[in-house]
Write a protein that binds this ligand. Structure first.
Ligand SMILES: *[C@@H]1O[C@H](CO)[C@@H](O)[C@H](O)[C@H]1NC(C)=O
Ligand SMILES: *[C@@H]1O[C@H](CO)[C@@H](O)[C@H](O)[C@H]1NC(C)=O
Ligand SMILES: *[C@@H]1O[C@H](CO)[C@@H](O)[C@H](O)[C@H]1NC(C)=O
Ligand SMILES: *[C@@H]1O[C@H](CO)[C@@H](O)[C@H](O)[C@H]1NC(C)=O
Length: 322
């Protein structure tokens, strides 16, 4: 064989090696037209499409630059485990009207074996929305979008990234099974309205570990149907503390079972640990097996509250069923 014939083969091998290392495909958004300071909605949409179609593990890379992103949905099921590694800063539109009334800015749905990782920040740029938030006085207030929605996502890990200044709740976890948030950071000012950290509903085996959550509302809240939830070594503050509920506002809610809160610090929060349920709903669901262990509270106004007549802004008839 002459050298001439060998050369093209080698080039192909080197090319393969740079794209398929350690059995994964690297999907770099720069190859999809992403430019620093540009809008990456199309690039990420197409990168996800290719990553999700890949029959071997794929890793989508958002490099360490600044980017803009409109509302987006990352939908499965995918053909193999998929990772999104974000090292840069991704900004949401400032004006809430540009979120097109979406519940969430970034949605992951119906994915199995998803990893979201990196040192990056998802900046909801909520300041303009917070000023427009009138939900305290108007029940039909404008719907503001959360930074993240994880819906029907199984066996997944969210690691390292930061959720900043969401317009509304930072993270909503719904219908998920075995999802872990670790070394996850949430930050928003103490006076930002309704910027709850992580809200869980109808999900099981949810873990939040080694994380720091400072925001304007609940640090973590557990809605109906939250089961086997572990909150371990999490620091909360500022904010409104860790909350079970509110429960019992609606008919046919599912129970909350098996909660472990351990080795956590609550600092500069107005509440510590809270369990709240609405009056006036026939009892169909239970909150049981709730464990709180080794909790340190520093400058917490109401360390422990169990409120079975939770009724903010007189939204209910205070009739109690027993
Ligand atoms: C997640 O798990 C549930 C319950 O086991 C299952 O019904 C669903 O299909 C799974 N979703 C995905 C995307 O794998
Ligand atoms: C939960 O998900 C993680 C991450 O994908 C996986 O390593 C682990 O095996 C899963 N656990 C169960 C019980 O399926
Ligand atoms: C949380 O974990 C870190 C790192 O492992 C450790 O230094 C810290 O003491 C832990 N905090 C609590 C409250 O256990
Ligand atoms: C105590 O927490 C409140 C918020 O609940 C905060 O405004 C205040 O600055 C904190 N005090 C100290 C000494 O950190």
């Amino acid at each position: 064989m002459s050298t001439r014939q060998i050369m093209p083969t080698l080039a192909l091998l080197v090319f393969m090696a740079s794209h398929v290392t350690a059995q994964f495909v690297l999907v770099d958004i720069r190859k999809y037209g992403a430019r620093p300071n540009g809008d990456i909605t199309m690039a990420l949409t197409n990168a996800w499409k290719d990553g999700c179609e890949s029959t071997i593990r794929s890793k989508i890379l958002v490099p360490n630059d600044m980017y803009k992103l409109r509302p987006i949905e990352f939908k499965g099921p995918c053909k193999a485990p998929i990772e999104m590694r974000v090292n840069g800063i991704i900004q949401a539109p400032k004006n809430p009207n540009q979120l097109n009334g979406e519940d969430q800015w970034i949605r992951f749905g119906y994915v199995n074996f998803l990893t979201v990782s990196g040192q990056g920040t998802f900046d909801g740029q909520g300041e303009m929305a917070w000023k427009q938030n009138d939900c305290r006085i108007d029940k039909n207030c404008q719907k503001l979008s959360m930074n993240f929605g994880f819906g029907f996502v199984n066996n997944s890990i969210i690691r390292g990234i930061t959720s900043k200044d969401s317009k509304y709740f930072h993270v909503n976890v719904f219908g998920c099974k075995n999802i872990t948030f670790t070394n996850f950071k949430i930050s928003a000012p103490a006076d930002s309205p309704n910027t709850d950290g992580i809200h869980i509903g109808k999900s099981s085996k949810v873990k939040i570990t080694y994380s720091k959550i400072g925001t304007g509302d609940d640090c973590v809240s557990l809605g109906d149907g939250s089961r086997e939830v572990t909150i371990l070594n999490v620091t909360c503050g500022p904010g409104h503390g860790i909350s079970v509920g509110s429960l019992g506002k609606y008919q046919n809610e599912e129970s909350v079972e098996d909660l472990i809160v351990k080795n956590c610090i609550l600092k500069n929060t107005n509440n510590g640990l809270r369990i709240k349920s609405w009056p006036g709903t026939p009892i169909v669901s239970l909150a049981s097996d709730l464990h709180f262990e080794d909790i340190i509270m520093i400058n917490v106004s109401n360390p422990i509250i169990i409120d079975q007549e939770y009724c903010p802004w007189n939204q209910c008839t205070k009739q109690v069923f027993n």
